[in-house]
Design a protein around this ligand. Structure first.
Ligand SMILES: NC(=O)c1ccc[n+]([C@@H]2O[C@H](COP(=O)([O-])OP(=O)(O)OC[C@H]3O[C@@H](n4cnc5c(N)ncnc54)[C@H](OP(=O)(O)O)[C@@H]3O)[C@@H](O)[C@H]2O)c1
Length: 255
């Protein structure tokens, strides 16, 4: 695990840091000394709460808004990163959701575009924006938050989301291969079922209980259990780990 000051002096950007897994990652990076850009889209209160918690513990946090579900939003967001005037040392592409459940025959072109842009295209172009600065310094780290859905195809109504996450796992390997020679490590964490707003919105109590019963660990996961793996991948302890997709699911899927 990273040491207390492991990320001191580093600028880190966590997308989707206003709740759940992203919030836990932002808090974890800050607790190891990082300055955190707390990205959010609609949940300003959540993002403020995360930034306040970081500042209350003596850390540095800055709110960084943006809608990543449309091409224009992604473009504006990457322009804002370029205008920061300081390099991003660690990027966590965490923002994502399935937006709404739709069976395959009901998927519109608009839903396809929004879900693919939010979960896949935004990660590609945000990474593309921060990589040149990392190359200049000969170091940097990117972690993408994929999903078990990438391997399993997703539940009913989540086909586009699962497809996007499959793409995200694949782009992790493509980026890792191309930028490892420049000292940049790109990996992914693939959570199983984690107790966040995602499931409050898109799952049922019965659905969660059936996952719990089928999980060898006997429970669903917490955001901090995903964040811990992200922190490890960002740390020096993972210095020879490139292009991996780490499954964090309590043994639900043993491939
Ligand atoms: N929970 C799970 O079981 C699970 C499993 C596998 C993978 N994941 C992945 O883990 C990541 C975090 O999800 P979570 O479970 O922590 O859920 P969450 O609490 O709902 O967090 C989702 C985050 O994505 C952001 N987001 C949503 N729509 C956005 C948009 N249009 N533009 C920019 N950002 C947007 C949200 O920002 P605002 O709220 O500010 O709009 C929020 O910060 C996601 O990529 C998700 O796919 C979760």
């Amino acid at each position: 695990m990273p040491t207390k000051d492991e990320f001191k002096g580093m600028t880190t950007l966590v997308t989707g840091a206003s709740s759940g897994i992203g919030a836990a990652i932002a808090l974890g990076l800050a607790s190891c000394g990082a300055r955190v850009l707390v990205h959010y889209n609609s949940n300003l209160d959540g993002a403020r709460e995360v930034a306040c918690q970081i500042q209350a513990r003596g850390g540095e946090a800055e709110l960084f808004p943006g809608d990543l579900s449309c091409a224009d939003g992604v473009c504006k967001f990457t322009e804002k990163i370029q205008a920061l005037g300081r390099p991003v040392d660690i990027l966590v592409n965490n923002a994502g959701t399935l937006l709404r459940r739709a069976r395959i025959l009901e998927v519109s072109g608009e839903l396809w575009d929004d879900v693919i842009t939010l979960n896949l295209k935004s990660a590609f172009f945000i990474s593309q924006t921060v990589v040149p600065g990392m190359m200049e310094r000969g170091q940097g780290c990117i972690v993408n938050i994929s999903s078990l859905a990438a391997m399993m195809g997703g539940g009913i109504g989540a086909s586009v989301y699962a497809t996007a996450k499959g793409g995200l796992s694949t782009l992790t390997k493509a980026f890792a291969r191309e930028f490892a020679p420049h000292g940049i490590r790109i990996n992914a964490v693939s959570p199983g079922t984690i107790d966040t707003n995602y499931h409050r919105r898109f799952n049922t109590k019965e659905g969660l209980e059936s996952v719990r019963v089928a999980t060898p660990a006997g429970r669903i996961g917490t955001s901090s259990e995903v964040a811990d793996v992200v922190l490890f991948l960002c740390s020096d302890a993972a210095r020879f780990v490139h292009g991996q997709v780490v499954e964090v699911n309590g043994g639900y899927w043993l491939a």
